[in-house]
Each structure stands twice: as structure tokens, then as C-alpha cells.
Design a protein around this ligand. Sequence first.
Ligand code: FES
Length: 256
Amino acid sequence: MNFEPKILGFLCNWCSYAGADLAGVSRMQYPPNIRILRVMCSGRVDPEFFFEGFLKGIDGIILTGCHLGDCHYLEGNYEAMMKFDLVKRLLSLINFENRVRLEWVSASEGKRFAEIVTDFTNHIKEQGPSPTRTDNPDPVLVEKLKALKNAAGDQRLRALVGRERKITEQGNVYGEVISKEKFDELLNLAIKDEFERHWILLMLQKEPKSVKGIAKELKIDSSEVLKHIVSLRNQNLVALERIEGLSPIYVRIGEN
Ligand code: FES
């Protein structure tokens, strides 16, 4: 199949964009599939941007920044690494994690930029077109991507990701240091919970549903759904609308 991927590239202004510029003025060849978005720092790229890109039918997204230690805002690229890790974990829930990449490119590395773009384009060609690229993408996949996007913007999840170094190196408020393995386990659990909660919110926004109805659509256990409903009710995001037969029917309220 003659497939030309649509690739979105976020390039930091001070290193990677200058690297891309050098590749251009040096007439280095690389595939024309990439559309470049210049940002001031790789740390500026919000995790939600990745999901927005895939919702718009992009096949692959690459984020590039200054090498570690060279960020013009000191630690922006460390932040980018943490955010990118969250994005990959979220994308792995829909098997999209191979459609994103993070690379460091300095202003003098025009050749490296051209090689990275070539390699990533070939890699995305191997992956095939994104299932969201068609005019009528699978509505379940679209809902999942929207739920992932909302989960990526969730403040509790971001706070957990932002404290990784502190929790695994210096310890929590009680001075307890949690191992990286334990932290990963907790983070993956929190990610799965937030994804399911945001998916439930999207569902209830369209129409009120029972726990059983939600469990059937999400293909998860009713006890898990009930746990999420209790949490969402505590946050005033969901309320009981009516009782149908013996089943409580829940509705979405308030803002996200
Ligand atoms: S300025 Fe380039 S990564 Fe921060």
C-alpha cells in the first residue's frame, strides 16, 4: 500500500528547530511527511496535544528538545520527559504507544535531525495508518482517545507524575521512599482509573446510565464501575438521576 504518513513534530525553538533549520540550509534530505510546530521549549508541550493530534488523524508524533543539561529554561526537557512518559503510558491503553517518540537534537545536529525524521517516518510507515485517519473512525476508539486526553489533563495524575523524583528519591511527607517499581505500579493503576473515570464521564454526558449499562460498554466489572461512580459522586461530577426498577441511573453534572 502506498501510505504517506502524516507526522507532527514539536521542536523546541533554541536547539531542535535550529537543528532542523541547519538540515534545511545544508540541503540534507529527509521525508517531507513531517509538519513542524515550533515551541519555546520541549517542556511546553502539554500531554493533551498528543491526543488532540491523534483525534485529528495524525499518524505519528515526535517531540524534540535540547539535550539534557542544555535546556534554555534549565529543566524544561526533564519536564518533557516526565510528560512524555505519562503520554506513552496512556497511549499504551489503546496500543498507540509506538506512534510517538522523544528525541534530543542540538542546533549543530542537522544531520541527526534528518536521520531521526527519516527513521521515525519509516517506523510509522511500518505501523500503518492511524485508525483515526479515516473519515469514519471507530466511535469507541474516538471516545477512548477523548477520555485519554481528559485523563492527561487531570490535575491529580499530573501531580503524581510531577512528584515521581521526590517520592522515589527523597521520600514522601512521612520520609518513606517508594521504589521505582512500586511507583510505576501505583502510577499505572492511577492512569487506568483516571482513564476509566473520564470515559464514564463522557458516556454519562451523552445519556444517563446504570452501573450495569456502563460496565457492559466499558467491558469491565460492575464493582469497578461502582467504585468509580462513588469517587465521581464525591467530586460532584456525577449524581443520581432516578431509580429504574431496582437500578440507580446516574447522570453527569458540573464541569470537568
Ligand atoms: S529550550 Fe530546548 S528543551 Fe527547553
